[in-house]
Design a protein around this ligand. Structure first.
Ligand SMILES: *Cc1c(COP(=O)(O)O)cnc(C)c1O
Length: 357
């Protein structure tokens, strides 16, 4: 188990009255109910200061706030789980801290020292521990956010920034298989672009194309490369993985693909199981060919929200291809189960992935 033992100068302001008793934990809408507190730190152009755990509350922002105009903002997403004995475990948060700093460098923002990211997280989760749900399959979604705070309408990087960690209890993710459409017109990311950063612009750009696919009866898109629209990249908030001829195939990460922590973890577990892995370019034509000749055995998205989201149908050039039955998907079902057991502390954490609060 990983623990952090840090002497950070953090101030505390607790809520006068907790909102916990008002929450219906059996009907949790995703991302709408925030816990009592948040963690905040400010960057004044020189250093990080005013580290604090404060009541979750609105903040006032100038209409000239630079983030609102130019999108100099990045975020992260991870989850905490409560074990049967009441312990709170967070899945690989140091990976999120590192990835946030990769995003920060690309967006010309100050890095958040890992001790502030992880130390702030520890303090916030210790404070709001009672908010981590216990109902089967539920968890606490954690959203770190870094954004520009300069008030200036000219185009230049902000001098000042705010880092916030907020949390919301979320219900059991209903693992409904998803239908995905291969996008061959719109582009999410290009070489040299910002696709690998968890930054607002990537998601803003995906809204129209995704909505158009939803109108056609799909749930999500399979983004293809921006140059030729010939190769599989990823989905809007999940990396994509396929089992073809008993091998696990996934796109290599690079400029245009978000380096998912779930993806990385699935690859590690696959390796430990002795499953052959191919990180490489996967042409849409090869994928469709594998569906047609029966060599495609499994297809799924990997991301924090669902862990594993089975793909039941792929749409390409107006044709809908149905994929093999979910029950027969030995590899992804096994990975999903092992991941769940690990997160809820039901099996030993041999890789040191879970951070204890
Ligand atoms: C967050 C995200 C993922 C998944 O990353 P995880 O660390 O596994 O949650 C994949 N693709 C995009 C575009 C994302 O924003």
């Amino acid at each position: 188990m990983m623990t952090t033992d840090l002497a950070l100068d953090i101030s505390f302001e607790r809520v006068a009255k907790s909102r916990l008793s008002e929450v219906d934990f059996n009907h949790l809408p995703f991302g709408k109910i925030m816990t009592d507190h948040m963690f905040v730190a400010d960057y004044d152009g020189q250093e990080w200061k005013d580290l604090r755990v404060a009541p979750f509350a609105n903040m006032s922002i100038s209409p000239a706030n630079l983030t609102l105009h130019y999108g100099q903002t990045i975020f992260e997403g991870m989850k905490a789980y409560k074990t049967a004995s009441g312990e709170v475990l967070v899945f690989r948060p140091e990976q999120n801290a590192r990835r946030m700093n990769k995003s920060a460098v690309r967006m010309y923002m100050p890095e958040v020292p890992e001790e502030i990211f992880l130390g702030g997280l520890q303090e916030l989760l210790s404070t709001d521990k009672a908010w981590v749900p216990t109902t089967q399959g539920s968890s606490l979604y954690i959203r770190p956010l870094l954004f520009a705070t300069d008030e200036f309408v000219g185009l230049q990087p902000s001098q000042t920034y705010r880092f916030i960690i907020m949390c919301c209890p979320v219900g059991a993710y209903y693992n409904k298989p998803v239908k995905v459409k291969v996008e061959t017109h719109f582009t999410r990311a290009v070489e040299g672009g910002i696709g690998y950063a968890k930054t607002a612009g990537n998601y803003a750009a995906s809204m129209l194309p995704t909505q158009l696919a939803i109108e056609e009866g799909y749930d999500q898109l399979i983004w293809t490369d921006g140059k030729e629209h010939k190769y599989v990249e990823e989905a809007g908030s999940m990396n994509l993985m396929f089992v073809i001829n008993n091998k696990l195939v996934t796109a290599s990460t690079g400029d245009s693909i978000l380096d998912g922590i779930t993806r990385k973890s699935v690859l590690q577990m696959a390796k430990d199981m002795g499953m052959p892995i191919e990180e490489r370019k996967l042409a849409i034509s090869e994928l469709i060919g594998a569906i047609k000749d029966g060599s495609l055995q499994e297809a799924f998205g990997a991301g924090t929200a669902a862990t594993i989201a089975h793909i039941s149908q792929i749409g390409y050039e107006g044709i809908r291809y149905d994929l093999p039955a979910i029950e027969g998907r030995t590899f992804s079902n096994k990975i999903y189960q092992e991941m769940e057991n690990l997160k809820y502390g039901r099996i030993e954490d041999t890789r040191g992935w879970m951070m204890k609060i």
